[in-house]
Write a protein that binds this ligand. Structure first.
Ligand code: C2O
Ligand code: CU
Ligand code: CU
Length: 480
């Protein structure tokens, strides 16, 4: 891990010249801030609609969207203040809302067949929780997840610090991936086995806040908090910001101990992960700088968007120090933890081909349908099965879990209800363990995570490549 603090972070004497920073908003979704948890109940309703995700003038795409907004209304909460939402199901199948990354009471976690019944069409469900952590989170359905999320249902959930941390401006990018036909209709057949045993559904089109963006206007000199949210079903990203240095300030909502520049200038973000970047607008006024996604390499590289300097006038940053205070996530007590091993198995075996899928693990039922189990998690008592817990953890104790990926595929593994410390990877200890809710396991990786099991209940632990989750890469960790 490289440790790097740009001088700009500590430079504090500059005065802001030229008046207040205009609240430049590019996308409709960013304007649609629905919540300040000041007591009122927020209404959230997924509905069918159509949206010009390829841009105005292009054929519209039939979508499912919270409050009719693709990439959802931005929910802005205050740290430590109660939040209430009434979710009304406006689509034609069951749904729930999961508040991804929030440490909340189990009954509010939004998992059908585990923490609540699915919300039937026309019905409502009230969610209430108090976010303990400030940071970048998100919300999405947890029933029929592939087709609901794949048609647009996801949104940003931002929990603000009590004191603004000193950036000049904030930009939110909800990144979504769509598999579109030439007429911009969405390809059907979510949850198909072919995608499920390989990399999941990687689409044709990536949107930022619900649209294929042309450019993002910047002002030379400003220091931006860029909140990245990967709301794709399966697409990993590795973003390069041409002509700019970026500094990782927070991962999955949790500030890093030492802000750092990402390895090789590539900001890697797996499905479900968030990265808060300090983007220093150091380009030339009038300059145009592409942001490219280089995760898949070669033919898979593409330009996501251009950063375009919008005004010739250089903005003198406020120069306030940028500091993200740590959240009150309990520190694992590594002197006497409970230890467990979980092993990820299954999938297409060759890593390239599609012939030798593992068909032998049987069927699993998610309550909606019976599905062949292509993936699995092996625990102390054998292979995972449905919602039966794979681990029982004593309440209050520190748990250290060693995760091993025996497969040839990448998996962003996510634990509900907790933010865990990533202690080591392949035997190499982290000096400053990142605190995350979703950790990448590359093929054959072994990763050790630790957390204080202080939140009782049954918590899902699953791969966030939704097709892997659907075909068996999911289980429950019960804390009691
Ligand atoms: Cu965003 Cu069960 O997850
Ligand atoms: Cu989650
Ligand atoms: Cu996976």
């Amino acid at each position: 891990m490289s440790i790097f603090l740009p001088a700009a972070i500590s430079r504090r004497q500059l005065l802001m010249a030229g008046g207040a920073i205009a609240n430049v908003r590019l996308f409709d979704a960013e304007r649609a801030v629905a919540a300040q948890n000041t007591g009122e109940i927020i209404g959230l309703k997924p509905v069918p609609g159509s949206a010009p995700i390829m841009g105005t003038g292009q054929p519209e795409t039939p979508v499912l969207a919270y409050n009719g907004i693709v990439s959802g209304p931005v929910l802005r909460l205050r740290q430590g203040a109660p939040f209430r939402a009434r979710v009304t199901n406006g689509i034609n199948e069951g749904t729930t809302v999961h508040w991804h990354g929030i440490r909340l009471p189990n009954a509010m976690d939004g998992v059908p067949h585990l923490t609540q019944a699915s919300i039937a069409p026309g019905d409502s469900f009230n969610y209430a929780f108090t976010p303990p952590d400030a940071g970048t989170f998100w919300y999405h359905p947890h029933d029929h997840t592939a087709r609901q999320m794949g048609r647009g249902m996801a949104g940003a959930l931002i929990v603000d610090e009590p004191e603004p941390p000193g950036f000049d401006r904030e930009i939110i990018w909800v990144l979504q991936d769509w598999e579109l036909l030439p007429d911009n209709q969405i390809v059907n057949g979510f949850d198909n086995e072919m995608e499920g045993m390989m990399a999941g559904r990687i689409g044709t089109t990536v949107t930022i806040n619900g649209q294929v963006p042309t450019h993002v206007p910047l002002r030379a000199g400003e220091r931006i908090r860029l909140r990245l949210i990967n709301a794709c079903l399966a697409r990993f990203m590795a973003l390069r910001f041409a002509g700019h240095r970026v500094v990782v300030m927070a991962l999955d909502g949790q500030p890093v101990v030492q802000p750092f520049e990402p390895d090789g200038g590539l900001t890697v973000i797996a499905p479900a992960q968030r990265v808060d970047l300090l983007l220093q607008a150091s380009g030339d006024p009038d300059g145009i700088y592409p942001v490219t996604d280089e995760f898949y390499g070669g033919e898979g590289d593409y330009k996501l968007v251009d950063l375009a300097y919008a005004t010739a006038r250089r903005l003198v940053s406020s120069g306030r120090p940028i500091v993200l205070q740590p959240n009150p996530v309990p520190k694992p007590d590594l002197t006497n933890p409970v230890r467990h091993q979980l092993t990820i198995v299954g999938g297409g075996m060759s890593g390239m081909g599609m012939s030798d899928k593992m068909g032998s693990m049987g069927m699993m039922s998610d309550g909606n349908s019976a599905t062949p189990q292509i993936w699995g998690i092996k625990g102390p008592d054998g292979l995972n099965h449905g919602m039966a817990p794979i681990l029982m953890l004593p309440l209050g104790r520190t748990a250290v879990i060693t995760l091993t990926n025996q497969t040839n595929w990448w998996h962003p593994m996510h634990l509900h209800g907790y933010s865990f410390h990533v202690l080591s990877r392949n035997g190499v200890a982290e000096q400053y363990p990142h605190v995350r809710d979703t950790v990448i396991l590359r093929p054959k990786d072994t990763v050790e995570i630790a957390f204080v099991a202080d939140n009782p209940g049954g918590w899902m632990f699953h791969c966030h490549v939704i097709a892997h989750q659907h075909f068996g890469l999911m289980s429950v960790i019960r804390v009691a």
